[in-house]
Design a protein around this ligand. Structure first.
Ligand code: AMP
Length: 459
C-alpha cells in the first residue's frame, strides 16, 4: 500500500510521491528562542519526529531541517528586559536554543539532520529580498521593505483566504499604517537605535520572520521540495507568506508538494501557550517524577492533526500504559523460542499499512498491544517485532525499565542542589551529594542535557 498524506494545500489525502524517488526533503518550522519551550512545542516536534522515523523505516532517505528563529522582536525585547547590552539578543537566543535542544534530546527527538539558525543564512536572506525588490514585489516604507500582496495573484491558496482577510490573522502580522494592503508583511526591518543590524544596500536592518525559512530551504533544498510542517497556527500568515515569497522569486510552483500541520496541545480547551500563561515545561514534568518518555507516549496516543488535551490524569494513564508495555516486553525479552520470519513479516506489513494511512500513530500503538495478545506469535517473535517497530516510536521499549519515574522528591532535591554546586564549580561538595544519592540506591549520570537520575542497577 502506498503512503497517503493529508495535504493542507488540497485538503485531501494524497498518495505520497516525492520529487526525487526514494528521497524526501522535509522542513519543519522550529521555535523562536526567546523563552523556554513548553509541552505544546514538544507535541509538535515529537509527532514530526515519529513521522520522519516512519519515512526512514519505509526506506526513504530523509533530509530533515528545522530552523531556529534566533533574531526576532521578542528576542530583542527579552534582552532589553534583562538589561543586556546590544549583543543581548545573542545571549538570550543561545540560552533558549540550548534549553530547547536539551528538551528535545530528553524526548528522543533526534531525527533532525540540521538545526538551521536564521542568522547563518543572512547572505541568502538579503539576496531574496533584493530579488523581490528588483522584480517589483517589494516596496519601502518608513520601517522597512514590505511584500506587496496585490502583486501575488494566487495568494491565499494554502489558508483559503485573501489578502483582505489578512488583518484577522491568528498570529504575528507586521503593523504599519503606510502599508499598501492590510496583509502586506515585512521582508527587511530597519533597525532602531541599539537594535541588532546587518549593513546592506537596502538599509541597516534585520530580516522579517517569513523570509528566513525560504532563504534556508532555497539554500538547502532548492526552490521546490517535498514536505513542510508546523503547527496549525502557522498556516496563516506564515506559510502563506513563504509561498508568496518563494514562488514569486523562482516562478516555480508549488514551493512545497505536501503541507502537514499539527493540532494544538490544549489545556482546559484552549491552546497551551506562553502568552496565555497556561503552560508547563518539560522540567516541571520531570520534577514531578515523570520520565520524558511518558510524555512522548501521551503524544503518540493522539493523531498529529488533532488537538490533544493535556491533563495530569491523561499523563498518569500514559505513564501506566507505557510502564505496563515495557514490563510486558521485559518478561519476554529472554525467550529462546524459534522465530518464524514469515510471521514477523506479515505483522510488519500490517504495521506499515496502518501508518501508511496518514501516519496513524495511535492505531499503530494500539496494534502493539494486539501483538502482545496474539496467540499465533511466540514470545521471541513478539519481542523482535515490537523492538523493530520501536524504531518508529522511539520509546526505548526494549531497554530495561527506566527508573526515573520512581525517583522520590528528596532525591530530586539533592540532584538539583548538586547541579547548582557543579554550575559554581564546587566539585568537592557536589561529589559529597552524589555519594549521598548513591547511598540511597540511585545513580546520577551527567550528560550534555543535564543530570539524569536512575535507580542503581537499571539501564
Ligand atoms: P513558536 O516558537 O511559537 O513559533 O512555535 C514553534 C512551533 O510549535 C510551531 O510549529 C507552533 O505551531 C508549535 N506550537 C506552539 N504551541 C503549540 C501547542 N500548544 N500545541 C502544538 N504545537 C504548538
Amino acid at each position: 500500500m502506498v503512503l497517503k498524506i493529508y495535504n493542507t494545500l488540497s485538503r485531501k489525502k494524497e498518495s505520497f510521491k516525492p520529487i526525487k524517488e526514494g528521497e524526501v526533503n522535509l522542513f519543519v518550522c522550529g521555535p523562536t528562542v526567546y523563552n523556554s519551550s513548553h509541552l505544546g512545542h514538544a507535541k509538535t516536534y515529537v509527532q514530526f519526529d515519529v513521522i520522519v522515523k516512519f519515512l526512514r523505516f519505509k526506506g526513504y532517505k530523509v533530509k530533515y531541517i528545522q530552523n531556529i528563529t534566533n533574531i526576532d522582536d521578542k528576542i530583542i525585547l527579552k534582552a532589553k528586559e534583562e538589561g543586556l547590552g546590544e549583543e543581548g539578543w545573542e545571549i538570550v537566543s543561545e540560552r533558549y536554543e540550548k534549553s530547547y535542544l536539551e528538551d528535545m534530546k530528553k524526548l528522543n527527538v533526534n531525527s533532525v539532520n540540521k538545526y538551521a539558525k536564521a542568522t547563518n543564512y543572512m547572505g541568502q536572506i538579503i539576496s531574496q529580498v533584493n530579488c523581490l525588490i528588483k522584480m517589483g514585489y517589494a516596496y519601502q516604507i518608513s520601517d522597512g521593505w514590505y511584500f506587496d500582496l496585490s502583486k501575488c495573484k494566487d495568494y491565499g491558496k494554502l489558508a483559503k483566504r485573501t489578502s483582505q482577510k489578512a488583518d484577522d490573522a491568528v498570529s504575528r502580522i507586521d503593523e504599519n499604517k503606510e502599508k499598501k494592503n492590510k496583509g502586506d508583511f515585512c521582508l527587511w526591518k530597519f533597525s532602531k537605535k541599539g537594535e541588532p543590524k546587518w549593513e546592506t544596500k537596502i538599509g541597516e536592518g534585520r530580516p522579517g520572520w517569513h523570509i528566513e525559512d525560504t532563504a534556508i530551504t532555497e539554500k538547502e533544498f532548492g526552490p521546490q521540495y517535498d514536505v513542510h510542517g508546523g503547527g496549525i497556527d502557522l498556516i496563516f500568515p506564515h506559510h502563506e507568506a513563504e509561498i508568496a515569497q518563494m514562488e514569486s522569486i523562482s516562478g516555480k510552483k508549488p514551493l512545497v508538494k505536501y503541507w502537514l500541520h499539527t493540532g494544538f496541545l490544549e489545556i482546559d480547551k484552549g491552546k497551551m501557550s506562553k502568552s496565555k500563561g497556561n503552560f508547563y515545561g518539560l522540567k516541571e514534568i520531570m520534577e514531578k517524577g515523570y520520565n520524558p518518555l511518558h510524555l512522548r507516549y501521551l503524544f503518540l496516543l493522539g493523531h498529529y492533526k488533532k488537538p490533544l488535551n493535556f491533563s495530569w490524569e491523561s499523563l498518569n494513564s500514559a505513564r501506566n500504559a507505557y510502564e505496563k508495555l515495557k514490563n510486558n516486553l521485559s518478561k519476554i525479552k529472554s525467550s529462546k523460542s524459534k522465530i518464524n520470519q514469515k510471521n514477523v513479516d506479515s505483522v510488519k506489513k500490517q504495521f506499515i499499512q496502518i501508518l501508511d494511512d496518514d501516519f496513524n500513530v495511535p492505531r499503530a500503538l494500539s496494534y502493539l498491544w494486539d501483538i502482545l495478545r496474539e496467540e499465533k506469535l511466540n514470545d521471541s517473535e513478539k519481542f523482535k517485532i515490537i523492538t523493530e517497530f520501536d524504531k518508529v516510536f522511539d520509546l526505548d521499549l526494549s531497554l530495561d525499565k527506566e527508573e526515573i519515574q520512581e525517583v522520590p522528591s528528596e532525591i530530586l532535591k539533592l540532584a538539583k542542589e548538586r547541579d547548582e554546586l557543579r554550575k559554581n564549580k564546587k566539585f568537592k561538595e557536589s561529589d559529597e551529594i552524589r555519594d549521598k544519592i548513591n547511598k540511597q540506591g540511585f545513580v546520577v549520570e551527567d550528560s550534555e542535557a543535564g543530570s539524569v537520575i536512575k535507580k542503581r542497577g537499571g539501564n
